[in-house]
Design a protein around this ligand. Sequence first.
Ligand SMILES: Cc1ncc(COP(=O)(O)O)c(C=O)c1O
Length: 398
Amino acid sequence: MALTLSKRSEQVKPSSTLAITAKAKELKAQGRDVVGFGAGEPDFATPKNICDAAIKAINDGFTKYTPAAGTNELKEAICKKFETFNHLHYEPNQIIISNGGKHALTNIFDALLNPGDEVIIPAPYWLSYPEMVKLSDGVPVIVYSTKEQGYKVSAEQIAAAVTDKTKALVLNTPNNPTGMVYSKADLEAIAKIAIEKDFYIVADEMYEALIYTGEEHVSIASLGKDIYDRTITCSGLSKSYAMTGWRVGYAGAPLEITKRMSAMQSHATSNVNSIAQKAAVEALTGPTDEMVAMKAEFDRRRKYMYERLTAMPLCECLEPEGAFYAFIDFNEACEKSYKGEKIGSGARMAEILLNDFDTAVVPCADFGYPNHVRLSYAISMEQIEKGLDRIEKFLKSL
Ligand SMILES: Cc1ncc(COP(=O)(O)O)c(C=O)c1O
């Protein structure tokens, strides 16, 4: 047998958002004053009460294996949050706690997909979905939306993409990278198609706590029994509790699916770090004032960023409604020349901004939109102001 590597690993690309963040860090380490709009994580520290719960867990000796799918205490806290925030009833045995939202999602795809099964992914999409689907031997089917549609695909578009191989649809609201939020009416129309055409919904609600329009977050699984029975609802503590490094994500699903995911996780990773699970219980059941303050600060930055971006030439952007990203259409700017050469793509824009303007942005080819870039406002207001000044200077020079 030759020393070959797997076909599965061959077709997966490394994460380009992590790559741009690494490049920006490298330049910073060289002493350059780089503004990093790449961050997919809050700039806030994890609230103290949550850290204290972790320290207490260590001091109490809560440092052993827990059940592979998570402690009952944390599952119960998650069920309560599902009940009150999402209007969804799950029993603790329908919950699995995994190593971040990413691990929850890979478990879901592993539990659902057989080789060749198709998964519909609305674009713009978070760049990991197609890679995750491929890793689980599935086939990503991308359905594109336009700015005029508010970057949201319609139920009709989804229906048109369904084939006899369609196994699931990934639904991410609020959305990374667009910041758009699907309305209840949008979700009802999509649920109807899923029931009619008989496929699963993978509902990634990672940014559910970060909606700034005053509207309530709607979980598609809460819209009726038929859709509940075919939805896996996934979320985590990374974004809304400033807990990215703790690696706590979770899913609620019909019992049979949770059982399958738990069995797989019991062999792959076992439980999420026991200390992080204690911290997560405190996050979900303790005081919420810091979360409210973080959300208010994101909202302040969001408004400022949107106002500045829409006043810039060659820059088109919808007002983000949730998460902490602004999604910029640079189609017009890509037609312009810089230093005698046509810019041509968001990737080239990002390169110029980083090399010549010390500003890191995320090019969105891997999110399905090659002439767009994503800016995160999970960085300080001072950094946002400085970075936007630089982007404006660049655009005005074109
Ligand atoms: C839409 C979406 N889902 C899931 C995740 C995964 O989050 P975690 O860091 O908990 O794995 C992210 C992280 O960037 C995300 O943007």
